[in-house]
Design a protein around this ligand. Structure first.
Ligand SMILES: NC(=O)c1ccc[n+]([C@@H]2O[C@H](COP(=O)([O-])OP(=O)(O)OC[C@H]3O[C@@H](n4cnc5c(N)ncnc54)[C@H](OP(=O)(O)O)[C@@H]3O)[C@@H](O)[C@H]2O)c1
Length: 244
């Protein structure tokens, strides 16, 4: 029998991350599910996975803005698994930072979740990913290349993640492939209060005329895992929004 594959998904307790976790679990992966504050959702997803397959999930807590917390989580993961096949950097801070009021703290926080910790996770798990000929999948945003007003810091942090994707693909080849997915509108932010009209305008600027489904991102992540001749790519999964 083939050795069980292992995927680490950051921010995997709900929304897009949870869908990616479900998809990979269904495909036979053992899931290392990282969460920060959503312990209840993480535990419930873990229990669901364990009810389907024994030992097929562990959860790990870490706040990406806290070095002690992240180092503890890395140690915990290294001690709990011998192999890692796929690292999916999905966790992300997302909030508006109008230029008049943006602060250094906001900049650090958005960089930490969207670029700095993804980079140091690659560093920490490089030996394991090398020995499994594994891959890294970074989750970016399809609007990063054109920019989003009031979200310049978030966009810049995601741009850093895309740049890391390209450089690390070259540096870590041929053993580790590094790609990114740039989703369009998949789920509206939990704290989003944009009115119906603004949402309609965004949808109308999408070739397919609708928002996406989290499973679209999960399927793209699985495709990048399976496509062993792809590296250094940023795959837009945005219903054509960025092409209009
Ligand atoms: N939703 C969309 O339509 C959309 C569009 C474009 C791009 N994306 C990208 O797709 C990915 C998933 O999107 P989403 O909307 O599902 O994400 P989300 O709900 O905004 O965030 C995902 C997870 O990130 C974790 N996180 C936030 N701050 C953290 C911190 N300081 N330390 C550790 N973890 C932290 C949270 O974990 P806890 O809940 O455990 O605290 C959260 O559940 C993100 O990278 C996002 O930028 C999404």
């Amino acid at each position: 029998m083939d050795k069980e594959k292992v995927v680490l998904i950051t921010g995997g307790s709900k929304r897009i991350g949870a869908n990616i976790a479900r998809y990979f679990h269904k495909m036979g992966f053992k899931v290392i599910l990282h969460f920060n504050s959503s312990m209840e959702e993480a535990e419930s997803l873990k229990n669901d996975f364990l009810s389907k397959r024994k030992d097929s999930c562990i959860t790990v807590q870490a706040d990406f803005s806290d070095e002690i917390s992240i180092n503890k989580a890395i140690k915990e993961i290294v001690n709990s698994t011998e192999a890692l096949d796929v690292l999916i950097n999905n966790a992300s801070g997302f909030f508006s930072t109008p230029i008049e009021t943006a602060t250094k703290e906001q900049w650090s926080s958005l960089l930490d979740t969207n670029a700095t910790i993804p980079l140091f996770l690659v560093q920490a798990f490089k030996p394991m990913l090398e020995s499994s000929n594994g891959c890294v999948i970074n989750i970016s945003d399809s609007e990063v290349s054109s920019g989003i007003p009031q979200y310049s810091l978030y966009c810049a942090a995601k741009a850093a993640l895309e740049s890391l994707t390209k450089s690390l693909a070259k540096e870590l080849a041929p053993k580790i492939r590094v790609n990114a997915i740039a989703p369009g509108i998949i789920l509206w932010p939990e704290e989003d209060h944009a009115d119906k009209e603004i949402r309609e305008q965004i949808i109308n600027k999408t070739i397919l005329g609708r928002i996406g489904h989290p499973e679209d991102i999960a399927a793209a992540a699985y495709l990048l895992y399976k496509s062993t001749y792809m590296t250094g790519q940023v795959l837009k999964v945005d219903g054509g929004r960025s092409s209009l």
